[in-house]
Design a protein around this ligand. Structure first.
Ligand SMILES: Cc1cc2nc3c(=O)[nH]c(=O)nc-3n(C[C@H](O)[C@H](O)[C@H](O)COP(=O)(O)OP(=O)(O)OC[C@H]3O[C@@H](n4cnc5c(N)ncnc54)[C@H](O)[C@@H]3O)c2cc1C
Length: 489
C-alpha cells in the first residue's frame, strides 16, 4: 500500500520504519529541512546545542526498531549517565541523584531527612505501577476493546489501590514525604508531559520510573543522534523523504483517505499517518471534514517553554553534571502557567550542559548552556517582554547560585519560545505535548492513534495517545501500525 506520513518527528520516523519494514511504499513529507522535529540541533560560533529533548530515557524503545529491522543496535552509541540530575534549592541545599538506586535513596535521606524505606518503597511502587500500566496504557491502544481485554487488564486492575485515584501527584507526594523539597523533586515529573502536579492524577507518579529506576542516557553525539539514526534506519527500509515540503490538505473521498496535497504535488495514498499536532491536523488539513472530535480537541493544552541557548565563556565546577534543576515556588509557578497563563516572575530553571566526554559541544574551558523555564502556551501575550523578563530572572538566579555575573560571559545566544515552537514544529499554541494531563480522565481525552471516522487515517507523536516524551512518541507509532494491521488485514 502507499503510505504518506506527515512529519519526520520521532513518531513519524517510528511509523515510517514500521510500515516500510512490512513492505509498504512509504513517503515522509516534512515541512522542515531536517528529520527529528523538535529533536533539532543548533550551532552558533564554536558552540552546539540540542534544541529540544535533553533527557533520554527508555532506549529499549529504539532498540525495538533496530531489532525489527534486523540491524545491529550496538551501532547506536549512547551511554548511561552516572547522575540523573543535580538539584539546587534557594537555601543552599545542593545534591546530585545517582543512577545507583541505593545511593539515590541514601542521598535523599541524608540531604532531605526522609526515611530511606519511604523512598525505597515509593520508587518500587513507581516501577511496579509503570510495569503494570505500560502494556495497557503505553504500548496498546486505549481506544480498542480488543487491546484492553486481556491478562494485562487484570494485572493493571489488581493494582488500583496503588494508583491513588482520588489524589493528585502533589497530593500523594505531600502525604508521603516530610520535606517539601522532596515533594517538589517528585512533583517535577508532571512537567515531563507539560502538566501541573497540583492537577495531574497521582497515577502519573510513575513517570519518574524510567529516569530514577532505569536511568538517564545520552547518545554519543548528543540527542540529535536519535534523529540521525532513525532517519538512516528508515532510509535503509526504503522510506522516501521529501524535506521542505509542507502538507496542506489530506484528500478524502467519502471519508476514506485518498492522498495528500503539499505545496508541490498531490500524492495518492491509501493510508496517511499524521505526526502533526492533532489539533492542527483537524483545523488545517481536514478543514472540510465535518465531524472533528471537538471534546478532545478542546481540552486544556500542555505547557510551553522558553529556552535560552547560551555559549558561556567559562566553565563552572559547581555545575558539573548534565542535568540541573534550580527549584523555586512550584505552586505559584503552576498557577501562573495554567490559571492566569502568564509567565511566573521567579521560575524554576532547568539547565543542561553537555559534558566534554560525550560530545565536543563547547570549546575547552567554556560551556554550552541550555537554560529552560516552563512557560504558558501562546494566547497572544507579549513574548518580547516575556523573553526579556525570563532572561533577567534566569541570569539573576544563576549569578547568585554561582557567585559570578553570568551576563558578561554570554558570547552566543539563541532563544526559543512558544511562538517559535508553533511556527517551526507546528505545535498548536506552542504547547509541547498537545493536551495537558490536568485531570483524572486526561488519558481518555487524548486522541486515539487512528481516526474513528476516516478510514486509512492514523495519528502519532506526543499530542496523541499515549502522550509526551520520546519513549511515548515511539510507542504511538507502534500502536498506530498495530491498528492499521487490524483494519486492513
Ligand atoms: C524544549 C523541549 C524540551 C523537551 N525535553 C524533552 C526531554 O528531555 N525528553 C523527552 O523525551 N522529550 C522532551 N521533549 C518533548 C519532545 O519534543 C518529544 O518527546 C518528541 O521529540 C516529539 O516527537 P513528535 O513525534 O511528537 O514530533 P515533533 O518533534 O513534534 O515533530 C513533528 C514534525 O512534523 C512536522 N510537521 C508538522 N506539520 C507538518 C505539515 N503540515 N507538513 C509537513 N510536516 C509537518 C514538523 O515540522 C515536525 O518536524 C521536549 C520538547 C521541547 C520543545
Amino acid at each position: 500500500m502507499k503510505v504518506g506520513i506527515i512529519g519526520a518527528g520521532v513518531g513519524g520516523l517510528g511509523a515510517a520504519i514500521r510500515f516500510a519494514k512490512a513492505g509498504h511504499e512509504v513517503t515522509v513529507f516534512e515541512a522542515n529541512h531536517h528529520a527529528g522535529g523538535k529533536i533539532n540541533s543548533l550551532t552558533r560560533g564554536a558552540y552546539r546545542w540540542d534544541m529540544g529533548p535533553s533527557v533520554f530515557t527508555g532506549p529499549e524503545y529504539i532498540r525495538e526498531l533496530y531489532d525489527l529491522c534486523e540491524e545491529d543496535f550496538n551501532t547506536f552509541k549512547f551511554q548511561k549517565l552516572e547522575q540523573s540530575f543535580r538539584y539546587f534549592y534557594r537555601d543552599g541545599t545542593r545534591f546530585s541523584l545517582s543512577a545507583d538506586p541505593q545511593q539515590l535513596v541514601n542521598t535523599l535521606s541524608e540531604e532531605l531527612g526522609e526515611n530511606p524505606l519511604t523512598i525505597q518503597r515509593y520508587l518500587q511502587k513507581c516501577g511496579k505501577n509503570y510495569k503494570a500500566i505500560a502494556p495497557l496504557f503505553i504500548e496498546s491502544s486505549l481506544h480498542r476493546w480488543r487491546h484492553l481485554l486481556n491478562r494485562n487488564l487484570f494485572k493493571a486492575l489488581s493494582r488500583i489501590p496503588q494508583y491513588k485515584l482520588g489524589k493528585t501527584m502533589h497530593g500523594e507526594n505531600k502525604a508521603l514525604f516530610k520535606n517539601p523539597k522532596t515533594t517538589q523533586l517528585f512533583n517535577r515529573y508532571a512537567t515531563y508531559n507539560g502538566s501541573s502536579p497540583y492537577k495531574a492524577p497521582a497515577m502519573l507518579n510513575m513517570i519518574q520510573h524510567l529516569e530514577l529506576n532505569e536511568g538517564v542516557f545520552l547518545p554519543k553525539n548528543g540527542m540529535v543522534q536519535i534523529a540521525h539514526s532513525l532517519l538512516e534506519l528508515a532510509q535503509k527500509q526504503g522510506v522516501q523523504f521529501q524535506f521542505g515540503e509542507k502538507v496542506r490538505r489530506i484528500i478524502l473521498d467519502d471519508n476514506n483517505v485518498r492522498g495528500l496535497k503539499t505545496d508541490q504535488r498531490e500524492a495518492n495514498c491509501d493510508v496517511v499517518v499524521s505526526n502533526m499536532d492533532v489539533l492542527h491536523t483537524y483545523n488545517k488539513l481536514l478543514e472540510d471534514f465535518n465531524k472533528p472530535p471537538k471534546k478532545i480537541l478542546n481540552q486544556e493544552r500542555s505547557s510551553s517553554a522558553i529556552v535560552f541557548y547560551w555559549g558561556i565563556k567559562k566553565s563552572f565546577s559547581e555545575l558539573g553534571v548534565h542535568n540541573m534543576f534550580f527549584a523555586d515556588d512550584y505552586e505559584a509557578e503552576f498557577k501562573s502557567l495554567f490559571e492566569s497563563r502568564t509567565l511566573y516572575e521567579d521560575p524554576s530553571v532547568y539547565i543542561h550542559i553537555t559534558s566534554k566526554e560525550i560530545s565536543a559541544d563547547a570549546p575547552p574551558g567554556k560551556e554550552n548552556w541550555f537554560a529552560m523555564i516552563n512557560a504558558p502556551v501562546n494566547t497572544g501575550q507579549d513574548w518580547n517582554s516575556y523573553r526579556t523578563n525570563a532572561k533577567a530572572a534566569i541570569l539573576k538566579r544563576m549569578s547568585k547560585e554561582l557567585n559570578c555575573a553570568i551576563a558578561p560571559l554570554i558570547e552566543e545566544e539563541f532563544v526559543m519560545d512558544a511562538p517559535f515552537i508553533e511556527k517551526h514544529y507546528s505545535g498548536a499554541m506552542g504547547s509541547i505535548y498537545g493536551n495537558s494531563s490536568n485531570n483524572k480522565y486526561a488519558a481518555f481525552y487524548r486522541h486515539s492513534n487512528f481516526s474513528k471516522d476516516i478510514k486509512g487515517l492514523y495519528f502519532v507523536g506526543v499530542t496523541v495517545h499515549p502522550g509526551g516524551g520520546i519513549p511515548l512518541a515511539l510507542n504511538s507509532a507502534k500502536i498506530a501500525y498495530d491498528c492499521f494491521k487490524e483494519d486492513f488485514s
